[in-house]
Design a protein around this ligand. Structure first.
Ligand code: PAF
Length: 286
């Protein structure tokens, strides 16, 4: 496994490979990331993993400086999985016009309005930052396949739109959410939870599961289901951003005729914001 920091060195190394699968990450790798890497290995003989904590996707009130940076441990895990290249670019390599203070001269992607709802409503500019860095990384790595997790369902949706709308010559592969035995979705943010919070954190997926079950039983008043789940989590001590039943294809609010659905939730437990979702097939209202 080779650790690479510059785009030029990456291009030189990758010129020898015909099929490349790519997993972009921000590091602090857990079993969920490693599952995506294993998936990437099924799609190409050369696997590139990037580790880049992208300043453009952090809001002013989000803690970019304290984001966990665990390069050595991450590289050990990737080495064990047989990853070929770990690409760890500097901020100036990714954002050449960054002056060290602000990113004002940086060209960015403006995602469609779907990026401004759900997580985008409380994290303005977040998906602009994600789409911009992902396009840059795609240009640098030029993979045939890129793997993203379904846990970040809205991110996956926006990246699929980026690839489709900008005619990018690659296929997006979606990896299932990896879960602890308690059913808690694996996330870098779980590391911020206290012992007691980690037990309580499973309430989020349980609330989403109840929504799914009620929808499957034929309840089509989705707004009421969302409100009931929000109320339940609030009573349990969560600060809820949203519980939303959406079309899994468009991410627009689900209509009673829609069959491919996803229920998504985002809520804060103490200081930690967690997200999760469940995809399901509902019977359409006749
Ligand atoms: O999901 C993430 O870790 C990040 O949003 C990504 C896709 C690596 C872009 O920085």
């Amino acid at each position: 496994m080779q650790l690479i920091h510059s785009v030029q060195a990456l291009r030189d190394a990758l010129s020898a490979h015909a099929d490349i699968a790519f997993v972009p990450t921000m590091g602090n790798l857990h079993a969920g990331h490693l599952h995506l890497v294993a998936l990437a290995k099924q799609h190409a003989s050369c696997v590139v993993v990037s580790i880049f904590v992208n300043p453009l996707q952090f809001g002013a009130n989000e803690d970019l400086a304290n984001y966990p940076r665990t390069l050595e441990a991450d590289c050990e895990k990737l080495q064990q999985l047989g990853v070929n290249y770990v690409f760890v670019p500097t901020v100036s390599e990714v954002y050449p016009d960054f002056d060290g203070v602000n990113l004002h001269q940086t060209m960015t992607i403006q995602p469609p309005p779907i990026a401004n709802v759900l997580c985008g409503a409380t994290r303005p500019g977040h998906f602009m930052g994600v789409a911009t860095v992902v396009l840059k990384l795609f240009n640098m790595v030029q993979p045939q396949v890129a793997v993203f997790g379904k846990k970040d369902f809205q991110q996956l949706h926006i990246i699929q739109a980026l690839v489709r709308q900008f005619n990018l010559p690659l296929t997006i592969v979606a990896g299932e959410t990896m879960r602890e035995s308690s059913n808690l979705a694996m996330s870098s943010r779980n590391g911020y939870l206290s012992f007691a919070e980690k037990t309580q954190a499973t309430q989020l997926i349980r609330a989403l599961k109840e929504v799914e079950e009620k929808a499957l039983q034929g309840q089509h008043d989705y707004v009421s289901l969302e409100q009931a789940a929000t109320q339940q989590l609030t009573q349990q001590g969560w600060q809820v951003d949203y519980v939303a039943i959406r079309s899994a294809q468009t991410l627009l609010p689900a209509m009673p005729q829609d069959t491919q659905l996803v229920v998504l939730g985002a809520a804060k437990l103490g200081k930690t914001r967690l997200i999760d979702n469940i995809e399901f097939c509902a019977k359409p209202l006749k």
